[in-house]
Design a protein around this ligand. Structure first.
Ligand code: NDP
Length: 486
């Protein structure tokens, strides 16, 4: 019997927990056991109205504060989040099924980094002085957008909430965040922490719901900006709805990213990257390098070392800190992944590891590797979002880069080689927003993160995020007379 993680109420609005049981029930399932650990309710119109009106009030109060004051509160929130890391990690592990060995280092910790980084930037957000003709000048003011909406996926719930809230709040906006209905719990904790750190009530509201709640908020004229982390089909719907209101949008969507491993690469490092880039979070990571291109003459050595090291994976109880692989988020997602595995086999890929569900109440499955994958196979073209690696072989650099780019996605890409010149040449040739040389899937807050092509619009993290959460106003200052033709 799993412990209950029932929150005090479903939503966090205007500085406090709020309940309205007339919304659609959302059971929260612990993926490791299949048991219900909480139940929340989708937001009703009354809850959404309260969220929007309180965010509107709070945003004006917040924007009137100096950047340094706002930054101090965000930095305090980062400290509180770090102090509560274990409690938050245990919650996140129950909500997502990800093992504690991951959540202790990658979830709230990364959220705290974002709060600290953007807290530090908040006091530095200035405009520009632009001299123009006749001694006149223009200055720019960097102004907030208003109320931003965050829509989260289920793989990194508190990280996604923090990556969106931190730059939004640093710029003087308010935020309404709707977590994925699969993982509604940890964003509520971020809301609690921001209040404890001194943020005004209503500045960061969390409302629960299925896609319909997200869609209603996207369409509301009082929402100025949308930041979505989710799938490409949802991104297209959200972008179309945002376009109707000419709203700003940041879209962090899916991928089918390549890792190219040349014969001169450090094999051990390349295997490590392929493992991290396919199996971390049980493969449920948007930027995963799921197409592993290995130069022909080292393919067998690569597969041998990979499958040997995979025997050390510890699949099981997420709360045991020795566990390295947890279950899939849901039975539904596991079924989707199993379907892709069946397609891989049917289309002629060679299964070299895994391929099966693991019996029991939880949604566990084996780590899976296909070799002899070709570019046209479904498993090489579509995002699987599970622990399934496709290994493809190549002869030369030009071919590898062309095939790596032959996808509608463009989220991430990696190259492993000891040839410095080639490494930079290949990185320059990748059509992807986030590239790696001799490494994979690290996402420090200091660096921009986001996709090209169908993988998204805009960038999260780094100074680049500031441009996506603020707008510039130009003020022309005339020092002389104003001339007119008559
Ligand atoms: P979804 O696209 O299904 O959902 C994302 C969010 O949007 C959820 O909160 C969802 O609510 C909401 N939503 C769904 N339909 C609408 C709509 N019409 N209008 C407004 N909001 C809506 O993604 P998943 O949660 O399944 O996450 C997996 C996907 O996310 C993968 O494709 C993955 O690659 C991508 N992802 C991208 C990342 C990146 O940074 N690029 C990082 C992590 C994941 P509900 O869940 O209630 O339907």
């Amino acid at each position: 019997m799993s412990k209950s993680y029932q929150p005090s109420a479903s939503h966090f609005v205007n500085g406090q927990y709020r309940e309205d049981e007339s919304g659609k029930a959302i059971p929260v399932i612990y993926p490791a056991t299949g048991s219900e650990i909480a139940c929340v309710y989708g937001a009703t119109d009354a809850i959404l109205e309260e969220a929007i009106s309180s965010a509107n009030r709070a945003q004006k109060q917040w924007a009137a504060m100096t950047g340094t004051e706002r930054g101090r509160i965000l930095t305090r929130a980062a400290h509180i989040m770090r102090a509560r890391n274990r409690e938050l990690s245990e919650l996140e592990s129950h909500d997502t099924g990800k093992p504690l060995s991951e959540t202790l280092i990658a979830d709230a910790a990364s959220g705290a980094d974002a709060l600290e980084y953007f807290g530090g930037l908040a006091g530095t957000l200035t405009g520009e002085y632009i001299p123009v003709a006749a001694g006149d000048f223009v200055y720019t003011r960097r102004e907030p957008l208003g109320i931003c909406l965050g829509l989260g996926a289920w793989n990194y719930p508190i990280q996604i909430a923090s990556w969106k809230a931190a730059p939004a709040l640093a710029c003087g906006n308010a935020m309404i965040f709707k977590p994925s209905e699969e993982t509604p719990l940890s964003a509520l904790k971020l809301a609690e922490i921001l209040i404890e750190a001194g943020a005004p009530a209503g500045l960061f509201n969390v409302v629960q719901g299925y896609g319909d709640v997200g869609a209603a908020l996207v369409a509301d004229p009082r929402i100025a900006k949308i930041s979505l982390t989710g799938s490409v089909p949802t991104g297209q719907k959200v972008y179309a709805s945002a376009a109707a209101g000419l709203k700003h949008a940041t879209l962090e969507l899916g991928g089918k990213s390549p890792i190219i491993i040349f014969e001169d690469a450090d094999l051990e490092n390349a295997v490590s990257a392929a493992i991290n880039g396919n199996f971390y979070s049980t493969g449920q990571i948007c930027s995963n390098g799921t197409r592993v291109f290995v130069q022909e003459n080292i393919k067998d050595a690569f597969l041998a070392r990979l499958t040997e090291r995979m025997k050390n994976a510890r699949i099981g109880d997420p709360m045991d800190e020795a566990t390295t692989i947890g279950p899939m988020i849901s039975q539904k997602q596991r079924a989707i992944v199993m379907d892709y595995i069946a397609k891989g086999i049917a289309e002629g890929a060679r299964l070299v590891a895994g391929g099966h569900e693991i019996a029991g109440d939880g949604y566990f499955m084996e780590l899976t590797v296909f070799a002899d994958v070709t570019d046209d196979m479904t498993i090489a073209r579509e995002e699987i979002f599970g622990p399934v690696m496709s290994v493809l072989s190549f002869k030369n650099e030009e071919e590898a880069v062309a095939r790596a780019n032959d996808t509608t996605f463009g989220l991430a890409a990696g190259v492993f080689t000891s040839d410095l010149t080639r490494a930079h040449r290949v990185a320059a040739g990748f059509q992807a927003g986030t590239c790696y040389i001799n490494s994979y899937n690290l996402t420090p807050v200091e660096a921009p993160f986001g996709g090209m092509k169908m993988s998204g619009v805009g960038r999260e993290n780094s100074r680049a995020a500031i441009d996506h959460y603020s707008q510039l106003k130009s003020v022309y200052v005339c020092l002389g007379d104003t001339e007119a033709p008559f």
